[in-house]
Design a protein around this ligand. Structure first.
Ligand code: ARG
Length: 581
């Protein structure tokens, strides 16, 4: 509806251009917003105010000219000028009702499919040397939800799990793996089941034994020069580490598969070429033996240039080097229209630098949009990065287990008579959803405080609230199995019906915003408001005890579309719904 009004306004502007009220080459930015107060109609635009300079008239005058030039439209029941020159649009209730009927009969809830794009999404991307920790939670959850929404809107999504599977620390890990295996295969297997401990033990050996450290360094060199034995060890190690990651994905209900893994090492063969290409374009400088790129756009507070390091003095390549190679792969081989990076905001400078450099060096052309979808830190109660009581990093698996336990207590306290098997099933959904939703519902750019109490509350914008709201809506149908809805129609009469209908009709706009900005919290906020609009409707408008049969059916259809929208919306957040809780 919003884009429909925008197109009506664009047509009116064309008329005004023909009448030479505004110059024909003028490109106006048409902005239409939903009104907060329904007495001002459903949509409003400040377009007339934007045109005062160019048309040399006062805004109310221009507003009138625009209104006079608007085409006739069945969906708009009234247009009026308000205040200094706003134009308000009133939507015809029956047009809205028709739109809702169409959504009910459509698998994609009547969303308008945009021009399909190829979108590469880089998310999760943990470092394989260690176990996944809470820092990777945000990337994994937010990325996966945006991926689902993009696919729902008809885009072609290519997931890229850009894991850190390369670098000097692998020498140390391989040396330790070798040492353990020489002692006992079983012991090695067991220690590898906990990568955190494994990493620490390897580090202890590295620090205490000169002989071990030398072996580790030799192994890195052998690994990098393609030595068969070292590569086999390395593949085995990564395989174990990746299977830990996939256990977590499975538990989280994240859609990443092994086929989506394309780690840093995948670009090894291209790194020497990256250096040559940058050099050929005269972009490389030397700094203490290292090859670096200085770009005028990047300076620190003291005005000193901030380089991108491409190759170390010892010949080793860096994180930025593989990102350069990855960008050109994504642009030229995968043919992406957009490449999205769900990575911690602390890497913002890195991405600004490599994006800029990729364009300068013609690694990518203007057809691809490179977007760092950064996120803030997950903090503990003390406002500092989330840590265990002893100050260590919190492992993701431990956090999820605690969420499960707490959810079980919660569900049991609400349903003292429920059998254990069902309790456990419900608690599993509630636990995982709560962790995911708490993260998704915050603006990703801000830091947030991780709190089990808050995320497991039935009040406010939380998973338990929404899951419960869904069971309430779905519950209505359990009591209305004998109603035949085949000839039913939505009629919007009561104010609360209109408000609910208006909310339902916004799904499309919300998804559009979510995928363009990579902001799942827009969808969370919407679902929360939708649940609220449904509650107010349900309080004011009896459904099963409605005055007439038509009214009852119409209200059942509204409930049905609400249930469908909530289920779909939660599904796009990667959250399963429950019929009972
Ligand atoms: N492995 C990196 C980390 O844990 C994230 C990689 C993000 N993706 C990228 N193309 N740089 O910090």
């Amino acid at each position: 509806m919003k884009s429909h009004i925008e197109s009506l306004l664009a047509q009116a502007l064309d008329v005004l251009k023909q009448q030479e009220v505004i110059p024909t080459d003028f490109e106006a930015r048409i902005q239409v917003d939903r009104t907060k107060d329904k007495t001002h109609g459903d949509f409003a635009t400040n377009l007339a105010m934007m045109l005062t300079k160019i048309a040399r008239k006062n805004p109310r005058e221009i507003a009138q000219l625009i209104i006079d030039s608007l085409p006739e439209d069945a969906q708009v029941s009234k247009v009026e000028i308000a205040g200094p020159g706003f134009i308000n649009f009133f939507i015809d209730d029956s047009a809205l009702a028709n739109q809702l009927m169409a959504a009910l009969n459509d698998d994609r809830l009547g969303i308008t499919l945009p021009q399909a794009q190829t979108v590469v999404v880089d998310y999760s991307s943990p470092n394989l040397a260690k176990e996944m920790h809470v820092g990777h939670l945000r990337s994994t959850i937010i990325g996966d939800s945006v991926v689902r929404a993009l696919e729902f809107m008809g885009h072609k999504v290519i997931r890229q799990n850009h894991v850190g599977d390369w670098g000097t620390q692998f020498g140390m890990l391989l040396a330790y793996m070798e040492e353990l295996r020489a002692q006992s295969g079983e012991q090695a297997q067991m220690e590898l089941s906990d990568l955190e401990t494994f990493y620490r033990a390897a580090k202890v050996r590295f620090d205490e034994s000169e002989e071990f450290a030398t072996r580790a360094r030799k192994l890195v060199v052998a690994l990098q020069s393609g030595d068969e034995y070292c590569n086999k060890l390395w593949r085995e190690f990564n395989d174990i580490s990746l299977s830990h990651c996939h256990e977590v994905y499975e538990r989280l209900g994240v859609s990443l598969t092994r086929a989506d893994v394309r780690g840093e090492s995948a670009y090894n063969d291209d790194l020497a070429q990256v250096v040559r290409d940058l050099d050929a374009q005269g972009l490389l400088s030397e700094s203490n033996g290292a090859k670096v790129v200085f770009q005028d756009e990047f300076k620190n507070k003291e005005g000193e240039p901030l380089p991108v390091i491409i190759q170390k003095a010892d010949g080793g390549y860096l994180y930025a080097t593989s990102d350069m190679a990855a960008m050109r792969y994504r642009a030229n081989v995968l043919k992406a229209d957009r490449a999205l990076y769900f990575v911690d905001l602390r890497q913002a400078l890195h991405f600004q630098q490599v994006f800029k450099l990729a364009r300068k060096a013609n690694f990518v052309d203007d057809n691809i949009s490179l977007e760092h979808m950064g996120f803030g830190t997950m903090n503990g109660d003390d406002g500092r990065p989330f840590k265990t009581r002893s100050g260590g990093v919190v492992k993701l698996v431990d956090l999820l287990s605690e969420a499960d336990t707490r959810a079980l207590e919660l569900v049991r306290s609400k349903n003292p008579d429920m059998d254990e098997a069902e309790l456990a099933k419900i608690a599993k959904v509630v636990g995982i959803s709560s962790v995911k939703y708490a993260d998704l519902s915050k603006n990703r750019a801000s830091d947030y405080i991780f709190s089990f109490e808050q995320m497991l509350s039935f009040e406010g914008n939380t998973a338990p609230y929404l899951l419960y709201a869904y069971t309430r809506v779905a519950g209505i149908f359990k009591r209305a199995t004998d109603v035949d809805l085949s000839d039913a129609k939505i009629q919007l009469e009561h104010d609360k019906e209109k408000e609910l209908g208006t909310k339902l009709a916004q799904f499309n706009e919300v998804l559009t915003r979510m995928v363009s900005k990579g902001q799942p919290h827009a969808l969370c906020g919407y679902l929360f408001e939708l649940a609220g609009a449904f509650s107010s409707f349900y309080e004011a408008c009896p459904v099963l005890a409605a005055d007439t049969e038509e009214q009852k059916k119409s209200r059942l259809l509204l409930a049905k579309l609400t249930a469908k929208t909530l289920k779909q919306g939660l599904g796009l957040l990667g959250i399963e719904t429950l019929e009972r809780m």
